[in-house]
Design a binder for this molecule. Structure first.
Ligand SMILES: C[S@@+](CC[C@H](N)C(=O)[O-])C[C@H]1O[C@@H](n2cnc3c(N)ncnc32)[C@H](O)[C@@H]1O
Length: 223
């Protein structure tokens, strides 16, 4: 596990565990309802089918997975991995509430080393995680996403963009404990190096922070 991954684990355990006061309160609320906000656009742009096997890297409270599963009427199992055991406890509660225990499975794991066989998934979600990854762990994460996707599979990635206003960036770094906010060209360059040369953008509405969100569906290319 990379140092930035250990750092994120400690931060999210504390955040979800309630140790950060108001930030914990707001964070838990956002993670619980995030799926409601994103999933409409996600389903359209990722062309999610009921036959698709889905993995979410950094699944948080499993809000996106549970919502995608229900809206999509899937007949496959979904998987989520996260580095924070406290987050995963919350995710398990949410999955149980929706009666999806035997449909959505969770594993504690860093994004840089995924515990799945190669070519196991049609679609991988990576939502609001890459700001926590150093360049090295982001490169590993994308290599792993590529490995676990089937040929022709898609990676759906979204994350806050850096703001042109410096105090907003300072605020985002302070409350999210991010390693690095990246511009669109920077993310496209990582994707290209990771085997995802084809990317199209879509819209994600995220009213949580005063900056735009970059959202891409990246197709892998094995040729
Ligand atoms: C901002 S939350 C987003 C959760 C969810 N994807 C969503 O959008 O609702 C980021 C999540 O990524 C997880 N995370 C951060 N760095 C990680 C890493 N290196 N490996 C696995 N999970 C990571 C955190 O524990 C946290 O649950």
């Amino acid at each position: 596990m990379y140092e930035d991954e250990k750092f994120a684990q400690v931060f999210y355990d504390e955040l979800e565990g309630g140790g950060l006061g108001t930030l914990s309160f707001v964070g838990r609320m956002v993670f619980d309802i995030s799926g409601f906000f994103y999933v409409g656009n996600l389903l359209r742009h990722c062309r999610l089918r009921s036959s698709h096997r889905v993995l979410e890297i950094g699944c948080g409270a499993a809000s996106i997975l549970t919502r995608a599963y229900s809206v999509n009427g899937s007949n496959k199992t979904y998987f989520g991995i996260d580095i924070s055991p406290v987050m995963l406890d919350r995710a398990r509660q949410n999955i149980q509430k929706k009666g999806l225990n035997d449909r959505i499975f969770l594993v504690e794991s860093p994004a840089s080393t995924l515990p799945f066989k190669s070519q196991s998934f049609d679609l991988v979600f990576l939502a609001y995680v890459i700001k926590h990854l150093s360049d090295e762990s982001l490169a590993s994460c994308l290599r792993e996403a590529y490995r676990v996707l089937i040929p022709g599979g898609n990676l759906a990635l979204w994350e806050f963009l850096p703001s042109p206003i410096s105090w907003i960036n300072r605020y985002i770094y302070a409350i999210t404990r991010a390693q690095k906010l990246r511009t669109l060209p920077e993310v496209l360059s990582f994707l290209g190096d990771g085997g995802f040369p084809v990317a199209r953008s879509f819209t994600v509405i995220a009213p949580w922070l005063p900056t735009k969100t970059l959202a891409l569906v990246a197709g892998e290319n094995r040729s």
